[in-house]
Design a binder for this molecule. Structure first.
Ligand SMILES: *Cc1c(COP(=O)(O)O)cnc(C)c1O
Length: 371
């Protein structure tokens, strides 16, 4: 990267490494001259979007000369009814990524601190660093779970934000309701706790507690993020939302651009929300295919982290980058663990049976050739 204009830029940018996204299918097909590439790298819904959402795009397309509704009035109303909240408790973003950035813009001054787990979703570190804040990273425990006590110990008078990714990306682990309640009771109310529940719809562990219940009980320093990018299958349209006390939401709204969520995304999100059958089918397939992959990993002798999401963190016990490269050549895109600090791990999205079979066959062959 060029250093030429460095003297003109904000110092905070020096601490930022560009985000490495999951490789797009088209890029791999172009580079390797392949046709039937599958992507199990970004936790998208392998069943695609809801057909109702796709239909709604037709209607929206003929009206794109108009600016979108900047307040996302109908989407917030329908979401509020769906969740049992009021529209004033909701903020809609251009993906929940945007809301993360808005949160940092709302709360982080230079030198302020944010506590987060390691490894966890890289956007937390990104948005805090961008604002000139400091990320305090607390390692997960030996079972790849959050360590709430250690995270609380990391809180200082400069702490503004605490990020809890629940379930955690890339490990698929959860923090339990008991742990959350204990943590909140010990947390100074100067700090905001942000629960990122991007994979909420996949969770089946009875120990789980959504941060939404805390919002409903009136906690003012709790923000909960969810998204239409994962189980709802609308990653390409960019819609996510935040739930919180109305005062919190109105502060974050001050930092928001007036037309941040486009009109196609708003209509499609409303349709996707109504398509309960699609969500149900996606959840069912995920839990069935999770068992299929667990079984295969056991046969192959590969330790994996039991997941509450739609991806699995697996230890290949060999250099993951080499496996990644060889699988790409075979048209299977996965995510390497080195970006999360685990050089022998990969993160694989749970796909359809056909995709999972192809993934396992390719992995098996690649691992055999490496030995
Ligand atoms: C995918 C993901 C998101 C981002 O979702 P968008 O709504 O597409 O921006 C947020 N948090 C986590 C943990 C994710 O894995």
């Amino acid at each position: 990267m060029s250093k030429e204009l460095a003297h003109l830029t904000r110092g905070a940018l020096a601490g930022i490494k560009p985000y490495v996204p999951g490789k797009p299918i088209e890029e791999v097909e172009r580079e390797y001259g392949l046709k039937d590439v599958i992507k199990l790298a970004s936790n998208e819904n392998p069943l695609g979007p809801s057909p109702l959402a796709v239909d709604s795009l037709q209607e929206a397309a003929s009206r794109v000369q108009l600016y979108p509704d900047g307040s996302c009035h109908y989407l917030r109303e329908e979401l509020a009814a769906h969740l049992g909240l009021e529209p004033k408790n909701l903020i809609i973003g251009n993906g929940s990524d945007e809301i993360l950035k808005l949160v940092a813009e709302t709360f982080i001054n230079e030198g302020d601190e944010a506590v987060m787990a390691n490894p966890s979703f890289s956007e937390y570190d990104f948005c805090v660093t961008l604002m000139g804040g400091r990320s305090i990273k607390v390692p997960l425990d030996a079972d790849f779970r959050h360590q709430p006590e250690a995270m609380l110990e990391a809180v200082t008078p400069r702490t503004k934000l605490i990020f809890i990714c629940n379930p955690n990306n890339p490990t698929g682990t959860i923090i339990s309701g008991d742990q959350i309640k204990k943590m909140l009771s010990q947390l100074p109310d100067r700090a905001l706790i942000v629960f990122d529940e991007a994979y909420y719809e996949y969770v089946d562990d009875p120990e789980y507690l959504s941060g939404m219940e805390l919002v409903k009980s009136g906690w003012k320093n709790v923000l909960v993020l969810r998204t239409f990018s994962k189980i709802y299958g609308l990653a390409g349209l960019r819609v996510g939302y935040g739930m919180g006390h109305e005062d919190l939401i109105s502060w974050i709204n001050r930092a928001r651009e007036p037309f941040n969520v486009n009109s196609l995304a708003q209509l499609a999100a409303r349709a996707a929300l109504r398509d309960k059958a699609h969500v149900q089918k996606s959840r069912q397939m995920n839990s069935q295919e999770k068992e299929y992959l667990y079984g295969k990993f056991k046969e192959l002798g590969l330790p994996y982290v039991p997941t509450q999401a739609n991806f699995i963190f697996v230890d290949l016990k060999t250099n993951c980058r080499e496996v990644f490269r060889r699988m790409l050549e075979q048209g299977v895109i996965i995510r390497t663990g080195d970006i999360f600090g685990h050089d022998t791990f990969i993160r694989v999205t749970i796909g359809t049976r056909e995709q999972n079979q192809r993934f396992i066959e390719t992995l098996e062959e690649v691992l055999k050739n490496l030995r």
